[in-house]
Design a protein around this ligand. Structure first.
Ligand SMILES: C[S@@+](CC[C@H](N)C(=O)[O-])C[C@H]1O[C@@H](n2cnc3c(N)ncnc32)[C@H](O)[C@@H]1O
Length: 394
């Protein structure tokens, strides 16, 4: 589909349009290297992470009102303040330790967590950030130096996961940014969707799925106890198990809080969900065409949380809890963080109640977003999971 087929999308400005042409040229060159087509996951990898070019690797605003989408830490500092209370519980059980945040975005979540832990007198030994985008690393450092100069000495950026992490791991909307394969259930096997250049525009074609993809989909069907309907289209992140296994290698003692929009495997591959879970975000317009606006729109796929739990268990972690974001926040200290509400000026009350509604209402972020806790070692179940744990549904 061309952008003309999505008339509701705003036009990119001239600089972004030129940048997108460069990204598309880079992707076409990779296609030529690979005999004319890329798997969808390879296309997504280049569109998001091609060095200096991809959506997360280049300099567009991305987060917040002037960007393309809003994440929970961008909606309200209350999100990070509640998460900080959960960190404090885990850090107390681990008797110290550090916080490791994957994919820290603008740096707002790090600021809110550190400020809150300083207020609660529960600062971690270190706050480490593992961020694949060099551009975002620089942006985070600038932001945190300006916002929390008194706490910046706690923060460092890592090149890879630390060997022996004790404490907390946080990843908010990182799993949804991992590339996914797109597949179709054929009558006699699984087909892979591959991206080609069709006369100057990207298009998808079906090809026989390589063994790794085919086996992964057949394993899902075996677990569901039935074949997916012929013609069923969906997504699967083949990189997710490796990401969780690497996290498990890192986490020696403590809890990882992984927050994202997602569902259980049964919901993910329900017959009526043909079409999959990939979404694109451009200037606050969500749409379904990943083949346009290369490198200047976000591509994101909902998370199969059963896959996260499964790989966590395979890697020796246990599931500390799985809750919708609303219950996670309500159970995790939202009330304590709202105690000053009555003494705030009316305008701040209105602003804050709007933010809390966005974070917790089912039609906003409250139900679609989930948090899964993966744990290693002796740590009490974080209080946020005690209100409405759904681990049994995974
Ligand atoms: C959707 S943004 C979320 C940013 C931030 N956590 C927030 O909630 O606002 C995804 C972030 O994950 C980063 N990222 C993607 N893959 C990653 C990986 N494998 N390891 C660490 N960070 C990653 C991106 O560069 C980006 O900062």
């Amino acid at each position: 589909m061309q952008q003309d087929d999505c008339p509701m999308l705003p036009r990119p400005d001239a600089t972004s349009a030129v940048h997108s042409v460069r990204v598309a040229e880079f992707i076409r060159a990779r296609m030529a290297d690979a005999n004319g087509s890329l798997s969808f996951a390879e296309y997504m990898q280049h569109a998001l992470y091609a060095p200096g070019l991809g959506y997360y690797a280049a300099g567009s605003t991305k987060f917040g009102a002037d960007g393309d989408f809003v994440t929970a830490p961008e909606v309200s500092p209350v999100f990070g303040r509640v998460l900080a209370r959960q960190c404090a519980e885990v850090l107390a059980d681990v008797h110290g330790g550090a916080i490791l945040e994957y994919g820290a975005g603008s740096g707002k979540l790090a600021r809110d967590i550190l400020e809150t832990l300083a207020r609660l007198d529960a600062l971690p030994e270190r706050y480490e950030i593992l961020e694949v985008s060099a551009e975002l690393q620089e942006r985070q450092a600038r932001y945190l130096r300006a916002e929390i100069p008194e706490l910046i000495s706690h923060v460092s950026w890592l090149d890879g996961p630390p060997a022996n992490h004790m404490g907390v791991v946080i990843a908010n909307e990182v799993l949804d940014a991992l590339p996914v394969e797109r597949f179709v259930r054929g009558g006699s096997g699984i087909k892979q969707l591959r991206v080609i250049d069709d006369g100057g525009a990207f298009a998808v074609v079906e090809a026989p799925a390589p063994d790794r993809l085919s086996n992964a989909v057949l394993a899902i069907e075996a677990e569901l106890g039935q074949s997916l309907p012929v013609g069923f289209v969906s997504d699967i992140s083949l990189g997710l198990p490796g990401w969780v296994a690497a996290l498990a290698d890192t986490l020696q003692h403590g809890v990882a809080f992984l927050l994202d929009y997602g569902v259980t495997r049964r919901e993910y591959y329900a017959a009526e969900r043909s079409g999959g879970w990939l979404r694109c975000h451009f200037r606050h317009h969500a749409h379904n065409d990943p083949l346009i606006l290369a490198g200047i729109q976000d591509l994101t796929a909902w998370v199969d949380f059963s896959a996260v739990a499964e790989e966590g268990l395979n890697s020796g972690l246990d599931v500390a809890g799985y809750s919708a974001q609303a219950q996670f926040l309500l159970g995790g200290g939202l009330d304590a963080e709202m105690q000053e509400f009555g003494s705030l000026p009316l305008v701040s009350q209105l602003e804050l109640s709007g933010q809390v509604k966005t974070l917790t209402l089912p039609g906003a972020m409250g139900e679609h977003f989930k948090c899964i806790g993966l744990r290693r070692g002796e740590v009490r179940t974080p209080s946020a999971f005690r209100m409405a744990d759904r681990t049994h549904t995974l």
